[in-house]
Ligand binder design. Structure first.
Ligand SMILES: [Zn+2]
Length: 319
């Protein structure tokens, strides 16, 4: 029997958990659904990631509002993917901050990505009719951006660590609590989505820079929050090993003149025993292998996913 497309058959609600990682530092995890976070300044709140729709964002804000009623001054988006940005209007944020490259990607492929992600993960799009349009940042930066939190709350450092999950991912570092919000550059016991990624950069220098923060608490894109430097290191290396496994098996098939389908089957067989039960493994792998195959073909800038291309690749590899 053919596998249902992407996550279209994944309809079970996840249990959400709000964790207070330090005074005024929050993360909401949801059993492998995209994580979000928030950090209190003296007079305002900074939110990290926006979820897929305003309704989904309001659910998160309702939890956050049990702890603080300060206004949202900054909404930081680690990258352009629809399930993390299209709920932005619910925050009423004064500033929406991304990297320069994320803005470029929203302009180039935001609409196609919205349609693609809606088709792949319909459950995350609660009340999609409320989405007012694409989310655009109001402030962007190339490499570094700092936010002073006021009082004795420290500061946030936003940093571009190199190309990885997308061309424009950033991380958010709170030095005072040694907490790193790493976006989709690090996953904790969840499969990687690499359909828009730069596998070689990500597995090398980019993850090295992420690891160099020595985070005591690391909030990745999906999965549990780590609570020690050793756990954070393990999450980074687990992410790297997933990438290296893909590079090894897709690379071998490409080198011997095999087909994309052969590359997919070899990679699936090699990774499934270790990662097969993690959230979104079956969903992601066809798109992941296609993008890495393109990189081996010398295609540097990721091709744009559309609903049509999604279905074609799925039918070819997972159907
Ligand atoms: Zn993403």
């Amino acid at each position: 029997m053919a596998k249902p497309f992407a996550s279209s058959a994944d309809l079970a609600e996840k249990t959400e958990t709000l964790e207070i990682l330090a005074d005024g530092v929050y993360a909401l995890t949801a059993e492998g659904d995209p994580n979000v976070g928030a950090i209190e300044g003296e007079d305002f709140v900074v939110c990290i990631e926006a979820r897929a729709t305003p309704a989904a964002a309001r659910d998160w804000l309702a939890e956050l509002r049990k702890h603080t009623d300060k206004p949202v001054k900054y909404l930081i988006l680690t990258h352009y993917h629809a399930v993390r940005v299209l709920g932005a209007s619910a925050f009423g944020a004064e500033h929406i901050v991304t990297s320069d490259t994320t803005l470029k990607l929203i302009e180039e492929r935001g609409k196609q990505d919205w349609d693609s992600e809606f088709g792949r993960m319909p459950r995350l799009f609660k009340q999609p009719e409320e989405i007012p349009g694409l989310t655009y940042p109001t402030q962007t930066f190339a490499d570094e951006f700092a936010i002073e939190l006021g009082g004795d709350r420290g500061r946030l450092e936003l940093k571009f660590c190199g190309r990885g999950h997308t061309a424009g991912d950033i991380v958010v570092w709170h030095d005072k609590s040694k907490t790193l919000f790493a976006g989709d550059l690090v996953e904790s016991a969840a499969a990687l989505y690499t359909g828009d990624a730069f596998h070689f950069d990500w597995a090398g220098g980019t993850l090295d820079k992420v690891k160099a923060f020595r985070a005591e608490k690391l909030v990745g894109g999906r999965g549990a929050v780590t609570k020690t430097v050793a756990e954070s290191d393990a999450a980074v290396e687990q992410t790297r090993n997933f990438l290296k496994g893909m590079i090894e098996h897709v690379g071998a098939a490409h080198k011997r003149g095999g087909t994309l389908k052969e590359a997919f089957e070899a990679t699936h067989a090699a990774l499934e025993p270790q990662y097969g039960r993690w959230p979104i493994f079956e969903h992601c792998l066809p798109f992941d292998v296609q993008r890495l195959w393109d990189e081996f073909d010398g295609i540097d800038w990721p091709r744009i996913w559309t609903m049509e291309r999604d279905r074609e690749v799925w039918a070819q590899l997972q159907g």
